[in-house]
Design a protein around this ligand. Structure first.
Ligand SMILES: [Zn+2]
Length: 186
């Protein structure tokens, strides 16, 4: 695990961001999130469950300077509530994670979402929370989703599947009708 002295907050054209001062191995833990929880979201919270949000005890805590990227070098490992490297990270790189992998609905929070300038090929442009993403992007993010969003996605997929089956059944009924009309008994 990285030491807090291996990380530093720097001011860039985007504002304040968190950087690593050393090379980080894939899978290495960069920091552990504080275990304080509140029931309302804000700019500094991380969604854990419905109405459960993690928050640090002080606005100056390093975890509050991690910016969003649509193609991030880190992710949040919810089994231990730690910030982990998704790939090898070079010394001096900015650290990021994808806010859409943890937040369900930022429009309803105090943050209201924001326009992303990460310049990644897969940039979603407006970051508003997982619920607003296309089914294709949702499926791509699945391996790095929080347990809460995984649960939401599975429920959503089950509902779509059910609706599809219902509409197929309706089509079958419609297709079956003219055939009935042509039977000799009619
Ligand atoms: Zn982006």
């Amino acid at each position: 695990m990285c030491d807090s002295s291996d990380l530093e907050v720097r001011t860039t054209e985007k504002g304040k961001s968190l950087f690593t001062k050393k090379e980080v191995k894939k899978g290495e833990v960069l920091l552990a999130f504080e275990r304080n929880f509140v029931s309302r979201p804000s700019r500094f919270t991380l969604q854990i469950d419905e109405g459960v949000f993690q928050i640090s005890s002080s606005p100056g805590t390093l975890e509050n300077y991690i910016n969003h990227s649509c193609d991030p070098n880190c992710y949040i490992d919810f089994s231990e509530l730690v910030f982990r490297a998704r790939r090898k990270i070079r010394q001096g790189e900015e650290l990021s994670f994808n806010y859409n992998t943890t937040e369900w609905d930022m429009e309803r929070g105090t943050d209201k979402g924001f326009v992303c300038c990460c310049s990644a090929e897969n940039c979603v442009y407006k970051v508003r929370g997982f619920r607003y993403l296309s089914p294709e992007i949702k499926a791509v993010l699945r391996p790095i989703l929080s347990p809460f969003l995984t649960k939401k996605l599975l429920r959503e997929n089950a509902r779509l599947q059910k609706n599809l089956q219902k509409s197929l059944q309706r089509k079958e009924v419609l297709l079956a009708q003219p055939i009935q009309l042509l039977t000799p008994d009619n």
